[in-house]
Design a protein around this ligand. Structure first.
Ligand code: SAM
Ligand code: ZN
Length: 177
């Protein structure tokens, strides 16, 4: 085991790990969190875009083989660099997506913070919009269960495209029956 993988899990005075009703494990508010609070930093390895693409391809290959957890942990830092937060000690990596999240990721001087978008009650699961593109939307079903859920993990700005595809699917099914 390398020294990096032995690093202790990052902690937050605002959040704790629990089994999630959305997926696997998630992060929950351990006390009431005021809007605007920096809850936890999203940490990881700073990598170039080329390395980021290489790792994403590897992840997809593994997922196709049914190997690995299939999770996406890469965050965009700027035009040249991304942050790979897949390390077990990066507790923020366990925050799930929601189509109506209570947190947002915020870049502050080259660091990524998970911030409260509104007041969050003790015991609420912390979630944010993963901001996934629309390209492979069918591979990422969403189980956030909110009223605004489009059924797939896709950035808020792209959800209208998914809704359009779903309406077309529904029309095709109606024509066949
Ligand atoms: C970075 S992990 C989040 C932590 C994850 N819950 C775990 O226990 O490892 C991201 C993965 O969690 C799952 N996930 C996150 N949000 C989800 C959601 N709203 N609906 C369904 N799956 C979700 C997806 O498999 C996604 O690729
Ligand atoms: Zn959703």
């Amino acid at each position: 085991m390398s020294a990096a993988s032995r690093r202790p899990r990052t902690r937050s005075p605002w959040a704790e790990l629990r089994n999630s009703t959305i997926h696997g494990r998630g992060l929950y508010a351990s006390k009431a969190i005021p809007a605007g609070t920096k809850i936890i930093e999203y940490l990881g390895e700073r990598i170039t875009k080329a390395e980021s693409e290489r790792r994403e391809e590897l992840r997809l290959e593994k997922a196709q083989r049914g190997d690995g957890d299939g999770c996406v942990y890469i965050f965009e830092l700027n035009k040249r660099h991304d942050l790979d937060g897949s390390m077990a000690w990066n507790t923020a990596r366990l925050i799930n997506h929601s189509c109506e999240g209570n947190c947002e990721s915020s870049k502050v001087r080259g660091r990524i913070w998970i911030k409260a978008m509104r007041d969050i009650a003790e015991g609420e699961e912390l979630t944010f919009d993963y901001g996934f593109g629309v390209e492979s939307w069918r591979s990422h079903p969403c189980r956030c269960g909110t009223a605004k859920c489009v059924g797939y993990i896709v950035a808020k700005t792209q959800r209208w495209r998914v809704r359009k595809h779903l309406r077309a699917d529904a029309r095709r099914v109606t024509r066949k029956t």
